[in-house]
Write a protein that binds this ligand. Structure first.
Ligand code: RFL
Ligand code: PHB
Length: 391
């Protein structure tokens, strides 16, 4: 097989990249080691930054997102027995976020890529990348029937997530990393959201988050120990703890319902420098991980591939490599800003095992300060809805 850009991974990064390239007349082929059913059912991110939702509209993919996605103009921060609203729209000159499940985004883009004739090879095995230093890189894999295959291409986009094979193919990487002494236990429940907005709660028992997927589905998270055994969290205990951490004023109670999914996610900050080796470009979770408290992971993946698609378009239009050469630096500037915000939100809202009472009071004073003055709230809001694309 031969194509212009070989893409490893059909997550948000790989699918969006393929779509953006197609609109510039650039061909791609995607290889994905899981099944279509699996990637379309995987429950993950939920928050799309303002510019990402606008981009999805601009590239003709916004129909279902606009129908089923939920526009949020504010978020709430709960602490010390009260809640404060961050008015995203008022503080950012009219911007908001869209709550739309990552798996819905993936479904929309898989359908569009296949309809446009872009090959997506699902359930492939033994994927490896070759000759990335030269002009003729290749991706090798075995297809669903076990037959060996080879894609020859001009460029390879490593969009294969944190555990993929592309990052290890880049020599001499510098890794910057932090693991946190906690994880998130997340549930998806058949219950109407208990509030119109997301609620980030810093409680003495630990952090909790109220989010949603639709008017009938609630997504909820609890801070738990990093090595927590999920068997210790039967549904009753999860609900009881969510009620404790999220119910901070009087008669408000969380709606409960059937738990449809339950899982534990470790928390990590991770950046690799650089994001390119020869003709191999890393994008999305393959190059960086943020803790989910800032809701930035999927949005950063979208930012990387937008930069990459523009650089590739410039190359194919004129032969110029300026934007391709600048790709790591352009992306890393944004990545470090998102890392800072995600680390800060995580540090401000979670309980650390070694924290003393003084540390906790300082944390509560910080939340009070940030949410209680306009400059602080604006800094939070501007980062949350997504920094301007070129900032
Ligand atoms: P993905 O989504 O991991 O996709 C990578 C794809 O590559 C495939 N793959 C391979 N394919 C071929 N060969 C191989 N050797 C391969 N190895 C892997 C995988 O099967 C997969 O299909 O990475 P991508 O595209 O970079 O997208 C990144 C996002 O998925 C991720 O950042 C977000 O989900 C993070 N995240 C959130 N981000 C947000 O922007 N807003 C949120 O609200 C948010 N909440 C979250 C999150 C992540 C979570 N978890 C479970 C990690 C909440 C949670 C709980
Ligand atoms: C989600 O809805 O899954 C979600 C929302 C906000 C976050 C993280 C996850 O910060």
């Amino acid at each position: 097989m031969r194509t212009q850009v070989g893409i490893v991974g059909a997550g948000p990064a790989g699918l969006l990249l393929s779509h953006l390239l197609h609109r510039q007349g650039i061909e791609s082929i995607i290889v994905e080691n899981r099944s279509r059913d699996h990637i379309e059912a995987r429950i993950r991110a939920g928050v799309m930054e303002h510019w990402v939702a606008e981009l999805v509209d601009e590239i003709g993919m916004g129909a279902r997102m606009r129908q089923e996605g939920l526009v949020h103009e504010g978020i709430e921060i709960s602490f010390s027995g009260r809640r404060r609203r961050i008015d995203l729209k008022a503080l950012t000159g009219g911007k908001s976020i869209v709550v739309y499940g990552q798996q819905e985004f993936v479904k929309d883009f898989v359908a569009a890529r296949l309809a446009a004739g872009t090959p997506i090879h699902f359930e492939v095995g033994g994927v490896s990348v070759h000759d990335v230093e030269g002009d003729g890189p290749a991706i090798r894999f075995s297809d669903r029937d076990g037959a060996p295959q080879r894609i020859e291409c001009d460029f390879i986009a490593g969009c294969d997530g944190f555990h993929g094979i592309c990052r290890p193919a880049v020599p001499d990487l510098k890794i910057f990393e932090r693991t946190y002494p906690f994880a998130w236990l997340g549930i998806l429940a058949e219950a109407a959201p208990s509030s119109d907005e997301l609620i980030y709660s810093s409680h003495d028992n630990g952090f909790a988050l109220h989010s949603m997927r639709s008017p009938k589905l609630t997504r909820l998270y609890l801070q738990v120990a990093p090595d927590e055994d999920i068997a210790r969290w039967p549904d009753d205990r999860v609900w009881e703890e969510l009620q404790t951490r999220l119910t901070q004023d009087g008669d408000w109670r969380l709606n409960e319902g059937k738990v449809l999914q339950k899982g534990i996610t470790p928390m990590r900050s991770f950046v690799c420098e650089t994001m390119r080796h020869g003709m191999l470009f890393l994008a999305g979770d393959a190059a960086h991980i943020v803790p989910p408290t800032g809701a930035k992971g999927m949005n950063l993946a979208a930012a990387d591939v937008l930069v990459l698609s523009r650089a590739l378009a410039e190359f194919y239009a004129s032969g110029a490599t300026v934007a391709l050469d600048a790709y790591p630096a352009t992306c890393l500037a944004r990545i470090w800003k998102a890392q800072r915000f995600s680390w800060w939100m995580t540090s401000m809202l979670h309980i650390f095992p070694d924290q003393d009472t003084f540390g906790r009071r300082i944390q509560l004073a910080e939340i009070d300060f940030i949410t209680g003055n306009e400059a602080g709230a604006r800094a939070l809001a501007e980062n949350y809805v997504g920094l301007p694309f070129d900032a």
